[in-house]
Design a protein around this ligand. Structure first.
Ligand code: IPE
Ligand code: IPE
Ligand code: MG
Length: 244
């Protein structure tokens, strides 16, 4: 006998969700608090979202933590952000590891504080064998810089005679990006009502479904995530072809 289909059966979640975590400053300002209080509350939203993605069976979660343009902020805010990042990496690593989560960091590490670079390298090394789910954190990341860096290394390989220009196609180009081996995001969520990419994953979002929510990042959690996933499931992904 066939088992009756469960009325609650949901389609599988998107394999890769990318999030532009925006609105921490506004969340704090609305409460009469300093901006750092919003970033602190944002770190709790990260924990909730990572847990929810694990429970829902998402395979990749990419979080935009610090853009290559965020250096334009006051030095004190930049320092607060790196302080919180340190705390997160120190405190959460064991938890991530015991949950079978692999950590990967994308972005330019050359400008990061040395101890942060070390924490990242440790985190990636310790969790390298985990396969339940991959948490990708974008730190000092900019999509244009990533593409330029790939182009530069491709040019070097051509100059060295190890790469034939006629063999350069999308797949070869991708192999030079920070995100090599990571599938493109299926769903990109931006919180706080802003509707732009702010230099996030420019190459990788060619066919990503974009969902914008007015929720500020510190208020984000399982419910808002599930709403974004529901919206994703209502989309018809055509990739340039004719719809279903
Ligand atoms: C997102 O919140 C956190 C980072 C960019 C690091 P914001 O700090 O951008 O918050 P708003 O946009 O000023 O409200
Ligand atoms: C994008 O948010 C960067 C991160 C969330 C890390 P911003 O707040 O920096 O973006 P803009 O300046 O509003 O475009
Ligand atoms: Mg912002």
């Amino acid at each position: 006998m066939q088992p009756a289909p469960s009325p609650a059966a949901k389609p599988p979640p998107p394999a890769h969700i990318a999030i532009i975590m925006d609105g921490n400053g506004r969340w704090a300002t609305r409460r009469g608090l300093p901006r750092v209080a919003g970033h602190r509350a944002g770190a709790d939203a990260v924990r909730r979202t990572v847990t929810a993605c694990g429970d829902l069976g998402v395979r990749f979660l990419t979080l935009y933590a610090f853009s290559s343009e965020n250096w334009k902020r006051p030095a004190s805010e930049v320092s607060d952000l790196f302080g919180l990042l340190r705390l997160y990496l120190r405190r959460e690593l064991a938890e991530l590891h015991s949950n079978g989560i692999r950590l990967r960091v994308i972005g330019d590490r050359t400008r990061l504080p040395a101890d942060v670079v070390e924490l990242i390298a440790d985190g990636e090394r310790v969790t390298a064998g985990n396969s339940r789910f991959t948490l990708v954190i974008a730190i000092n990341y900019g999509g244009q810089a990533e593409i330029v860096s790939a182009a530069r290394r491709i040019a070097e390989a051509v100059k060295a005679g190890t790469l034939d220009p006629s063999s350069i196609d999308e797949a070869v180009f991708e192999s030079y990006l920070d995100t090599t081996d990571i599938p493109h995001p299926d769903l990109l969520v931006r919180t706080s009502g802003e509707q732009r990419l702010s230099n996030f994953l420019l190459w990788q979002t060619a066919y990503t479904e974009l969902v914008f929510t007015p929720t500020l990042w510190p208020d984000f959690g399982r419910e808002a995530l599930e709403e974004a996933i529901d919206e994703y499931h209502r989309r018809d992904r055509r990739y340039g072809a004719v719809g279903a």
